[in-house]
Design a protein around this ligand. Structure first.
Ligand code: HGY
Ligand code: MN
Ligand code: MN
Length: 444
């Protein structure tokens, strides 16, 4: 393996950019609120465009609104692209997404300034709408690049106020009627690298600055609608009620019960040595194999003196295997039937996402590990139970991810934080990995 070059990214420049970006959509309490389609999303797009241009990159916005900044290489072939997303969850943190975009910019700018002559084209990307958003389509930009979303699906999407997705994409500089040019293959992208916060506690507990991601979990989401009967809160006897909220609440608690049952079955089986040892990547914590959440919950009409007639909520299931996810969804379905019958309510379910787990590419993960080792930065392998754009890019080309520790494991909240020292180490690994991938001759 080549010796790493002693090239350091400009951490002052990085931090000043990060501070600027954190102000866009700031909630004033340490967090940001920058969902896709918001004014802050548009402001940050403008900021990134300026920054990419200042770095000498050729900037384009594709038809789904992904922002690309490219630098030609001495060879015209497929590019190495680094990046992530710049939108946030509602009232989220400053690091989830922008860290990877700003790191990409810093690495490419540093390589340029130190006179590095890239063989392959190099680029930065900020993907559109990675997080769940009012249009109920997450990882929208990377899924479209991977050919996993159709024009029909996208044109049919509206938010809760009836605003068409097409309009929000047009405001971001895209055009849903011209999506054919968005799709990329391994002839366009040689490799994709994403730096991201871990969003858990494993790196912090291990005292490590960096983690190499082995794979990204599958994610399944469904919308559940419970139709009961609205009625007077004072005069309707308990036996006459068809309370949609109580059925929904019972189902939400049922999700937790199913998970706890699963964990206790699993630990009994492990104690009895009836089960094979779990795969190495999941050994830290059995919950990393499967987890489920009711994260959105609404009742109608939502008034103190009316028995709720309608309850709508989401169930999200994540796991390391699609079969485990689907079998949990089936258990939930059986519970919904049982509770629906017992409470006299109609329960309907609609799947809005069913995404398989995705492994990261061996060449990229090996290169990340060897770059870290050459720089003497301790790192470990991790499986991700958070979803990422890299999972979709991995479906058609070499993709890899590097994680940095999240203080106290906090994410999707204003307390989200990562030490600048860890980021500085990660930038060094990313830069060295980019250099090594650029030098690789293989097309395998
Ligand atoms: O939902 C996720 O795991 C990611 O943060 N978008
Ligand atoms: Mn996120
Ligand atoms: Mn993210």
């Amino acid at each position: 393996m080549p010796e790493p070059q002693t090239v350091h990214c400009d951490m002052q420049r990085f931090m000043s950019g990060f501070t600027d970006v954190s102000h866009i959509g700031s909630t004033g309490d340490g967090g940001v609120n920058r969902p896709f389609g918001s004014e802050a999303d548009l402001q940050l797009r403008a900021w990134l465009t300026r920054r990419m241009k200042d770095a000498g990159l050729q900037v384009t916005v594709d038809a789904i609104g992904n922002l690309w900044g490219m630098k030609a290489g001495s060879d015209p072939g497929p590019a190495i692209v680094l990046g992530s997303h710049h939108d946030s969850v509602p009232f989220g943190g400053r690091f989830d997404g922008p860290l990877g975009v700003l790191a990409a910019l810093e690495v490419i700018q540093t390589l340029q300034e130190t006179g590095y002559r890239n063989r392959r084209p190099l680029g930065v990307v900020s993907f559109t709408a990675e997080e769940p958003n009012p249009f109920d389509i997450s990882t929208m930009g990377s899924r479209t690049v991977a050919g996993r979303l159709t024009t029909e699906q996208l044109l049919a999407a509206h938010d809760g106020t009836g605003r068409p997705l097409e309009l929000a994409i047009a405001q971001a500089g895209g055009d849903l009627r011209r999506l054919s040019g968005v799709r990329k293959t391994d002839r366009d992208l040689f490799a994709f690298l994403e730096l991201h916060i871990e969003q858990g506690r494993r790196l912090e507990s291990a005292g490590m600055s960096a983690g190499v991601v082995t794979g990204v979990c599958g994610i399944y989401r469904e919308l559940v609608s419970v139709a009961g009967e609205a009625n007077h809160a004072g005069t309707t006897r308990l036996t006459d009620r068809r309370d949609a909220l109580l059925a929904g609440a019972e189902l939400a608690l049922g999700v937790e019960r199913l998970l706890l049952d699963r964990l206790s079955r699993r630990s009994r089986a492990a104690n009895n040595r009836e089960e094979n040892a779990p795969a190495a990547i999941f050994r830290d914590n059995p919950e990393e194999e499967l987890i489920a959440t009711v994260g959105r919950f609404a009742i109608t009409p939502n008034a103190p003196n009316i028995i709720p007639g309608q309850c709508d909520f989401t169930v999200e299931i994540r796991g390391a295997s699609s079969s485990a996810i689907h079998s949990f969804a089936a258990e939930f379905g059986a519970l919904a039937k049982q509770i629906g019958a017992a409470r006299g309510v109609q329960i309907s379910r609609k799947v809005i996402l069913d995404q398989a787990p995705e492994a990261m590419d061996d060449t990229v993960t090996d290169t990340l590990r060897s770059a870290a080792a050459a720089l003497r930065i301790p790192c470990r392998d991790l499986f991700s139970m958070a979803g990422h754009d890299a999972a979709h890019i991995a479906s058609f080309t070499k993709a890899g991810m590097l994680f940095v520790p999240s203080i106290d494991g906090k994410s999707h909240c204003k307390e989200e934080e990562t030490r600048m020292d860890d980021i500085s180490h990660a930038l060094a690994i990313l830069l060295e990995t980019t250099r090594r991938l650029d030098g690789l001759d293989i097309d395998a």
